[in-house]
Write a protein that binds this ligand. Sequence first.
Ligand SMILES: [Zn+2]
Length: 137
Amino acid sequence: MTGPLTCENVHDMLSAYNDGELSDEEMRAVGEHLSSCVACGAESTRIANLKRLMKYWEGIEPSPSFREKVVERTKREIEGRRIIRVSKAVLAVIAVILLAAGAFFLGRHLKQRAEAESAKDRPAATSPQPDRRPRSE
Ligand SMILES: [Zn+2]
């Protein structure tokens, strides 16, 4: 190895450094760099923490039903999302139907009221059948 290590060199060696897998000379060179470079020191700490965490999880085995549960739950969630999407479409259709029905009944109501108004203006005895002609003639 010639010359001092660059940060890039050190980054490439940090994982092996934390596992103690470098040669004595490399270990010393990386250690020297870490003692003077804050960025690489922080990165080295991150890697060390990650390795500790991974070691912690290493001994934990998922139960045999774990995979099944994850698959089942994922299926349920996908299915749930599909139902929500379908129900949104159904709601949109229902809304359109309700609007159409509302417009229809409002129109009918207004027409009936107009007819009732025009019937009120005329004497009831003279016209047993409601006159459906428009008032303005
Ligand atoms: Zn550095």
